[in-house]
Design a protein around this ligand. Structure first.
Ligand code: SIN
Length: 340
């Protein structure tokens, strides 16, 4: 009997030992899985793959894949395929998509100060806009989205916006009276056209061509690059080069996703974004000018003379007066200083 008890105790001990070993092994395996687990993220945007934003998003994805040896995969969805202007913010906040890159003004409902991107005659060019977004004041503004579950990582400027319409050549502020323009977001853009005696309709980017074709609106405000890629010249006749404001994209990531990345991976992804940003910024000017050259073959282009442009600058004084307090003097002064 004693011998039997002894054997049973030995068996129990052996079982316990085996279970313990298996437990340790399991934990070790889980830890290994965790550290090599594949990370998949989605980058959704609204422009065509061949635009500066499309090419830079793809470059970012390619760099990330290469530098993380395939551990992180960023899937890029261009042309509003996955989400468009109407639903991309909601999708980002819900972590259904991890990266988006809307124009700054579209952030109006999260923070009015992002409308600085739409301010008329404040930014001189892509470089001036980049200097602002890279400044301490610009970075602080990007970080302000954190309280809403998003992080503004950087800015991708993509050219100056111009006026386009189907009705007539636009050379003076008076020429705009009674016309209706598509705008991508409310606020500053509504007031720009109001100051010119024109109306506006807020239409998502993916619906602009049809809205112009069906004459829901008479014209739009857009960069050469978007005008060319979206084929607006097929449905509009006149382009006025006024360099009204800068179209700057804000690359935004879902905060929960960003914070969940292992620190070394996050650092690598950040470095890849930095390189993709340099690439986008080089490409934007080049593609902008190439698009203008193509557009000159297709439609009537009028470049405002300095005197003509000055009349528009003066017409925009009420817009400046209204938005300086909304956006804040500090941001304005910084943008002005960096765009002299
Ligand atoms: C974009 O370039 O991302 C769209 C701009 C617009 O909605 O006008």
């Amino acid at each position: 009997m004693r011998k039997r008890n002894y054997l049973l105790s030995l068996l129990a001990l052996l079982t316990l030992f085996t279970l313990l070993l298996a437990g340790c092994g399991g934990k070790k395996e889980a830890a290994q899985n965790q550290s090599t687990e594949k990370i998949v993220a989605k980058f959704s945007h609204v422009t065509a793959p061949g635009t500066p934003k499309g090419l830079a998003a793809q470059k970012f994805a390619d760099l990330v894949k290469e530098r993380t040896n395939g551990r992180v995969e960023i899937q890029v969805f261009p042309s509003s395929q996955l989400y468009g202007d109407k639903d991309e913010f909601e999708a980002l906040q819900a972590n259904n998509v991890q990266f988006i890159a809307p124009s700054a003004g579209k952030l109006i409902s999260f923070d009015q100060r992002f409308q600085i991107g739409d301010m008329p005659f404040l930014f001189k060019d892509n470089q001036g806009a980049a200097r602002f977004w890279d400044s301490e004041a610009g970075k602080k503004l990007l970080r302000s989205l954190e309280s809403q579950g998003m992080i503004g990582l950087t800015a991708w400027p993509n050219g100056m916006r111009q006026f386009m319409n189907s009705k007539k050549e636009l050379k003076t502020p008076e020429d705009f009276k009674g016309l209706k323009f598509r705008i991508p977001a409310g606020g500053v853009l509504v007031d720009i056209f109001q100051a010119l005696g024109a109306g506006t309709a807020n239409i998502p980017f993916s619906e602009v061509y049809t809205a112009l074709q069906q004459k829901v609106v008479d014209g739009t405000i857009a960069t050469f690059d978007n005008i060319e890629n979206e084929k607006y010249a097929e449905v509009l006749n006149y382009l006025t080069v006024a360099n009204v404001n800068n179209l700057s994209y804000i690359v935004i990531v879902n905060k929960q996703f960003w914070d969940s990345l292992p620190p070394d991976i996050r650092e690598t992804v950040e470095q890849c974004l930095k390189e993709a940003t340099e690439y986008e910024r080089q490409l934007a000017d080049q593609l902008d000018q190439e698009s203008l050259a193509k557009l000159k073959q297709k439609i009537k282009v009028h470049e405002l003379t300095p005197e003509e442009r000055q009349a528009f600058v003066e017409a925009m004084q009420p817009v400046w007066a209204k938005y300086e307090p909304v956006i804040g003097k500090e941001l304005f002064e910084e943008a002005k200083k960096l765009n002299q």
